[in-house]
Design a protein around this ligand. Sequence first.
Ligand code: UT7
Length: 323
Amino acid sequence: MTTRAVVIGAGHYLPERIVENAEFEKTLDTTDEWIRARSGIERRHFAAEGQTTSDLACRAARNALADAGLEPDDIDAIVLATSTADLTFPSAATMVQAQLGMTRGFAFDVQAVCAGFIYALTNANALIVSGQAKRVLVIGAETFSRIMDWTDRSTCVLFGDGAGAVVLEARNGSGNNADRGILSTDLNSDGRYRDLLYVDGGVSTQSTGFLRMEGKEVFRHAVEKLAATATTALDKIGMTSADIDWVVPHQANIRIIKGTAKKLDLPMEQVIVTVQDHGNTSAASIPLALSVGKQRGQIREGDVLVTEAIGGGLAWGAVVLRW
Ligand code: UT7
């Protein structure tokens, strides 16, 4: 008998304020056409004044718990992926724990920027497989609008705020690929590329700082590394892209998403795409896409999914699961 971490619920939350590309034309030398053509983004959501990452995370978590038919005290652990925690410490995860009224278990943040949810899922899977937790709430939540340089047209038009969450539960499986749950994971990072995408502030500068990105270079790494990590994760369990029902990619740029699908030899009809409505929500983008894909009726129980992401670090990885 093998223990599997099975997704039993998904949910998301997007802040009310929607900003269309055209709004940036008022303050920047940019156009709706350029943003759509170069990134596929049409609009994004921005958090209201005072609305924090843990607020968004908590709303997504409640929706995921409702979808799973569970209460906060049914959960043993919260793993929250974010690079925009409300404060330097404590973790946003403990803030969510308190907001949910959860008085048992444990909660912690994972920081791997846009690959954060892949890292969080991998950690949560390990907690379940090793018997340390039976049910884990895995959240990706971000307020990247707080770290945008609004004068930098090459970055500020790309990002958005939001949160998504899934509930993982320990279930018995047979140990083969027919099991529901997480089947394979692959994590990578290479700190030599840390200057390609970073925030120029933090504890060492006593300021929050702004996101800085060498977009073209990150793009080049993304197309090459995302297909490679997805293929490695599939290889580990003797699967190929022919076994996949859905690719659920990090939503940074439609051209990266299409390039990766092409490398995996999969048509866009098998890719969950939300980038046009959410922009790049960093660690929130994959759980948002999972929840939206489920709500749209695209992702169904028994489907094989590959999720993949890359971001600052560089850090990247993939998870294969049967929904
Ligand atoms: O989530 C973490 C991972 N991040 C990513 O995956 C992002 C990866 N990178 C990208 O998605 C793309 O590189 C971008 C969307 C950021 C940029 O697209 P690009 O095709 O690589 O454009 P570029 O940076 O080469 O810029 C082309 C031109 C430049 O002008 P020149 O030098 O050719 O005269 C830029 O200055 O477009 C200019 N440009 C803009 N023009 C209008 C840059 N930003 C804008 C803008 N509006 N907002």
